[in-house]
Design a binder for this molecule. Structure first.
Ligand SMILES: [Zn+2]
Length: 333
């Protein structure tokens, strides 16, 4: 992957911060699938670099930059949760010990905690003291998708980093640099929001083809009725891609909302626009809201209910209720 270079104009606040002295305990807020992670990488590289440029970028030549590129920099520690798991106290205890030592290569040590809202309370408490009095020559950065979920005692000790706003055009450009063609880049970013890292990951996993199949199954349900709906519920409840399916359904529901409000320029599923347009007028507003709520809460519902198939049956039968005036499927309201 080509090294990501932030846009020099929007990097100016960071450049100023680097010149005046970077805070020791920092917070970066944003979605992991967005360019935020690459901006953080750039800041980390510039801080560890022996000879950063005047614009505040790493030189990409020095020993520190080379070690970073190889993924073996001894002064960098990244703690991150496994997907769907929490960050345990043991992981962070080790990191807290590590950060007390003198840097081996660079001028400072850099500890980064990704998805910091996933820290257990015990883990969060274990880093409090370090955040309060960081060792000299050490930086701690917490990345969070939802800073409101961090303990207030943690949040109050962190200084938020002024990372650049992420423009859609930049995300497009980056995706194309990774080899995704222009048309698919546009479609992916519309469907997945301004999250190019996530988009690339899904593109590589075949999201675009998968989505076509899932879309077809979903959109045909209103014509097919209950039996087909229960069959699809069984299939989806067993799918390892259930959360991707959820992402797709949420897009469709949001598109119905947009169509009803005339927000055509914000449609995510542009390739299905005509079909969605035909289906939108008969939709019950109440059912639409309740469908959205149901799919939004799916992770929580599944964590409280072990019968995934029943959960999915309810969601998809509710989908049929979007069209209350169609009686063919025999669902009572
Ligand atoms: Zn360098």
């Amino acid at each position: 992957m080509k090294t990501f270079q932030p846009d020099p104009q929007s990097w100016k606040p960071i450049q100023a911060l680097l010149a005046s002295g970077l805070p020791q305990a920092m917070l970066a807020v944003g979605d992991s699938g967005s360019l935020l992670r690459l901006h953080l990488d750039a800041l980390q590289a510039a801080t560890l670099c022996f000879k950063p440029t005047d614009e505040g970028f790493a030189c990409e030549q020095c020993r520190s930059c080379k070690l970073l590129a190889e993924g073996s920099h001894p002064d960098l520690w990244v703690a991150a949760p496994e997907p769907g798991k929490q960050i345990a106290i043991d992981t962070l205890r080790l990191a807290m010990e590590w950060i007390q030592y003198t840097p081996q290569v660079s001028n400072s040590r850099w500890l980064r905690i990704d998805n910091a809202e996933a820290m257990t309370v015990a883990a969060a408490n274990a880093i409090l003291k370090t955040l309060e009095e960081p060792p000299t020559r050490a930086h701690v950065v917490l990345h969070s998708e939802q800073a409101s979920r961090l303990l207030p005692t943690i949040r109050s000790r962190l200084q938020r980093i002024p990372l650049p706003e992420m423009q859609m055009v930049q995300s497009m450009h980056w995706l194309q640099q990774q080899g995704v063609d222009a048309e698919n880049s546009g479609a992916l970013l519309r469907q997945l929001g301004n999250r190019p890292l996530r988009a690339l990951e899904l593109w590589e996993a075949g999201w675009l083809e998968q989505r076509q199949q899932w879309m077809r199954s979903l959109l045909d349900l209103s014509e097919q009725g209950v039996v087909a709906t229960l069959k699809l519920a069984e299939q989806w409840s067993k799918s390892s891609d259930l959360f991707l399916i959820r992402e797709m359904v949420l897009n469709v529901l949001a598109d119905f909302m947009r169509l009803r409000q005339g927000l055509l320029d914000r449609i995510a599923d542009l390739d299905y626009l005509e079909e969605l347009r035909l289906k939108a007028p008969d939709i019950s507003a109440e059912a639409l809201q309740s469908n959205l709520d149901g799919w939004l809460q799916l992770p929580l519902t599944l964590s409280q209910n072990s019968n995934g198939m029943m959960v999915m049956e309810k969601l998809l039968l509710d989908w049929l209720k979007l069209w209350p005036r169609r009686k063919t499927h025999g669902i009572q309201n």
